[in-house]
Design a protein around this ligand. Structure first.
Ligand code: CUA
Length: 342
């Protein structure tokens, strides 16, 4: 289960991690071997044959056919081996088995949305059963930028491109939480665009599927960055102590899990978009100079059709639409949360 190359690679969390690591190990040792046989003689020759009075070559050598043939033929064979081997491993990762379960992945600045067959969606956490081939259909929100879906433990990485679908698949036999990174620089919060693949036992997955509480398996492989540990539960505990309503807390949880906090703060400071603090009920000046009151309908408009009317000072900033991602009950909770920040 430990990663290849004496544990310097991440945990082997998917089916083909092993073949991937073996190929990587081969590449590493080929490079190391040639590095040594080139660099050591080079250093020795630089010292031994450096220019000194009376140190002249006995004869002028222009070429050596045999030597040149050998140093062309051997690398050619090696790169062909690398090509064929790489092709075989690539095909393994690129062709999902026919019985693979499909999950759709939608990237947006700065969160991951996962959409399952039964119509459920989750944000930043991808739930899958252990030992089952999962095919990911990856894209990015329209009008968003490039992202890249990267799970080091599984050795999978695929670009998420607006307006285009890409696929990749994996089968994990290692229950636990596996880190997801965004591997394509996508702006201010790129480094925080993280998620988890949560590989559950078949029983737990069944429970999760029917909406029951499941105890999450522990993080495995790479150490989890702080941000993952401070979400939801802990945050809510501390806020609860400050006497917030249950509905506002639900809204706060949604705002955090939908990835809104990637662009908006709750403390009055500007991140990308406006802060939520003190926003509700305020007069907002639009780009064209007209004014609106930031009431419930305004919040709905900004969530569902954010680009319809832009706010003065925030022109040209793109916010993805969350239309259809919040039901009315959830929308009310989000609005209540915003009110609670006044
Ligand atoms: Cu998304 Cu980097």
């Amino acid at each position: 289960m430990v990663g290849g190359l004496a544990g310097t690679l991440p945990l082997q969390g998917s089916d083909y991690s092993k073949s991937w690591d073996t190929l990587y190990g081969f590449l590493f040792w080929v490079c190391a071997f040639f590095f040594v046989i080139v660099i050591i003689p080079m250093v020795v020759f630089v010292i031994k044959y450096r220019e000194r009075p009376g140190n002249r070559p006995a004869q002028h050598i222009t070429h050596n056919l045999l030597l040149e043939f050998i140093w062309t033929a051997i690398p050619t064979v090696i790169v062909m081996v690398i090509f064929v081997w790489g092709w075989v491993v690539y095909r393994e990762t690129d062709r999902p088995p026919a019985n693979a379960q499909e999950v759709r992945v939608i990237a947006k600045s700065w969160s991951w949305t996962f959409q399952y067959d039964d119509g459920r969606t989750t944000t930043n956490d991808l739930y899958v059963p252990v030992g089952t081939p999962i095919k990911l259909l990856i894209t990015a929100e329209k009008a968003d930028v490039l992202h890249s879906f990267f799970v080091p433990n599984f050795r999978i990485k695929k670009d998420a491109v607006p307006g285009m679908f890409s696929t990749i698949w994996f089968k994990s036999d290692v229950p636990g939480q596996h880190l997801i990174f965004c591997a394509e620089y996508c702006g201010a919060d790129h480094s925080n665009m993280m998620g988890r693949v949560i590989v559950l036992s078949p029983e737990d997955y069944e429970k999760w599927k029917w909406g029951a509480e499941v105890k999450l398996p522990p993080p495995v492989g790479l150490p989890f960055p702080k941000r993952q540990e401070t979400t939801d539960a802990k945050l809510i505990d501390t806020r609860m102590a400050k006497g917030k309503s249950g509905l506002a807390l639900e809204g706060e949880r949604l705002v955090s899990s939908m990835g809104c906090t990637g662009c908006h703060t709750s403390d009055g400071s500007r991140k990308i978009g406006p802060s939520y603090k003190g926003m509700f009920g305020r007069t907002v000046v639009l780009a064209d100079g007209s004014e609106v009151i930031a009431d419930e309908n305004w919040i709905r408009e900004k969530i569902e059709t954010p680009d319809r009317r832009s706010i003065r000072g925030y022109e040209g900033l793109v916010m993805p639409s969350y239309a259809g991602q919040l039901n009315e009950r959830e929308l009310n909770a989000v609005i209540e949360y915003m009110k609670s920040l006044n």
